[in-house]
Ligand binder design. Sequence first.
Ligand SMILES: [Zn+2]
Ligand SMILES: [Zn+2]
Length: 366
Amino acid sequence: MRITAAVSREGAATPVLEELELEGPRTGEILVRIATAGICHTDLRAHSGGVLPTPRPVVLGHEGAGTVVEVGRDVKGLAPGDRVVLSGSSCGVCAQCRDQLPSYCVESMPRSFGGSRSDGSTALSSGSEKIHSHFFGQSSFATHAIADASGAVLLDDAVPFAVASPLGCGVITGAGAVLNSFGLRAGQTLAVFGAGGVGLSAVMAARLSGARHVIVVEPIASRRELALELGATAALDPAVDDVEAAIRRVAGRGVDFALNTTTFAAVLAMAQRALGARGVLGFVSATREPFTAPLFPMLVGGQSLRGIVGGDSQPRRTIPLLLEYWRQGRFPVERLITKFAFADIAAAFSACRAGSAIKPVLEVSS
Ligand SMILES: [Zn+2]
Ligand SMILES: [Zn+2]
């Protein structure tokens, strides 16, 4: 079928809308009419190339939501007309998948970043030119996507697609870090470094869990304000405040958990210094510069450093849970969202890069 998709090409500043050919769903795949698609920093990095191994030209997008149009062979529990949000793709049979931790699937890297199915084929083409697809098993910056059924999570009619979209990646990453990876309990303390979509989702989850102190460190004033509205108990400006001293003033000998959502090694180091005894420092992306940790305080403090992908979430469990909190008004994820028309994807990319939009969501179709 003919579709419109945002294609990322080598050297282009942003993806550009093009008409492409999309093939039908194969075994284990579904055809989804995309309603909305969130933009994540991973899309920005994959578009620019270099760090991530995704080949171009490619259609990115890994926070799609929409309606199932057609299901391929061996797809269970999904039918045409179902409303879904798309999360990552996983094999379903490896040890991590069986442990309900699909973000650590043994096939996670090729399934997320390989730009094709495991047999090397892609679902997209432009004339005779092959266009890479299957980014995170979905490539949802498009009017229609061939998605891996493993990442699809059913939505009930009450949830707007725009609200559901960011739960495909960014929101479950931040909220899951607190709820699943840290298992934060009432009375414990958290410091969040960077109040973007991931950081603010962590703040909302920490409030839900009854955290005693939730301290946000963020250079942009409007984000600090929003963090306080969403449940942070203190918001620090790293350009002005002595972050370490301020955290210790509030949280005594340091926090139980620190979450670094930035890519700066200096921020990761700052987060480590904020940790209390047996504290856990979680990070959701690698740092641009090498990170060297002084091990002695970690040793005597019994502290740990923990990589976290997808918030250790089983999307079919975590997404409906967070949407139930949303329905009750306890998880106002819509506060993070700025909507953009699909045709304005260039502006949405720029706003994401500049930090003026926390979670841009493309409205692809109504
Ligand atoms: Zn697996
Ligand atoms: Zn993402």
